[in-house]
Design a protein around this ligand. Structure first.
Ligand code: HPA
Length: 238
């Protein structure tokens, strides 16, 4: 047990899927895992461990924003030995050719700030996905009937952002979408020499202003979960 995760030693798998929403963790456990068991409910941040095609896997909510994710990821890696962490979340699209429900594989995560920023002083560290996971996810995604985009995303600290000039610069520089967690996940994975990837479904569009109603999010979320589970257990392709 840690301060924020009530699981017993050995109850967390080496491969962890991390939705922001704890109820999504429950939905993933119920619909994709075999013999899933509740292993955490501290603060309602649900976590479940089960198997996928015989492989042990945990699904643990991260909460919204990098400070919350950082707490869970630190404890999962340092105290429970997590080795592969895959964020499964939603994002706002920042390019014209990306549609609602498309899936983005986040190669890098640009930020204004992260909880780790102070450590780097004047250096701008480049938070980057694990290549083997990214490649495996890309291969798994090619079997799905959904638009896939691979490239840089923006991890913001603000959902209701007043800085429209920043959004414009991100779009201009080819950033695919905005979310609020991936950069700190990539930094912690780098620090502790484990593997991380963020896979995101497009729930809203910053250019067109469209947004998916909550009841239409499930199908694309399901594709993303399958991509994450396949990627999590693939041996490197090369
Ligand atoms: N902004 C930030 N985070 C998000 C968004 C957004 O538009 N959509 C989903 N997560």
């Amino acid at each position: 047990m840690t301060i924020h995760i009530g699981a017993q030693p050995g109850e967390i798998a080496e491969t962890v899927l991390m939705p922001g929403d704890p109820y999504r963790a429950k939905w993933v456990a119920e619909n994709f895992l075999t013999d899933a068991k509740l292993v955490n409910e501290v603060r309602g941040m649900l976590g479940f461990t089960g198997t996928y095609k015989g492989n042990p896997v945990t699904v643990q909510g991260s909460g919204m924003g990098m400070p919350s994710l950082s707490i869970y990821v630190n404890e999962l890696i340092r105290d429970f030995g997590a080795k592969t962490l895959i964020r499964i979340g939603s994002c706002g699209a920042m390019q014209d050719d990306i549609k609602l429900r498309d899936i983005i594989l986040a190669m890098s995560a640009t930020t204004l700030s992260t909880p780790s920023r102070g450590m780097f002083k004047e250096v701008n560290f480049a938070p980057t996905a694990n290549f083997d996971l990214l490649q495996a996810a890309h291969i798994a995604a090619s079997t799905k009937d959904v638009g896939i985009h691979t490239g840089g995303i923006y991890s913001s600290d603000v959902f209701y952002d007043e800085r429209s000039d920043l959004t414009e610069q991100m779009t201009r520089h080819g950033i695919l979408g905005v979310e609020m967690e991936a950069a700190e996940l990539y930094i912690l994975a780098a620090r502790y020499k484990v593997r991380a990837l963020a896979i995101l479904t497009v729930s809203d569009h910053l250019i067109t202003g469209e947004a998916l109603p909550a009841d239409q999010r499930e199908q694309s979320f399901g594709d993303m979960v399958e991509i994450a589970l396949e990627a999590g257990f693939k041996e490197p392709a090369l």
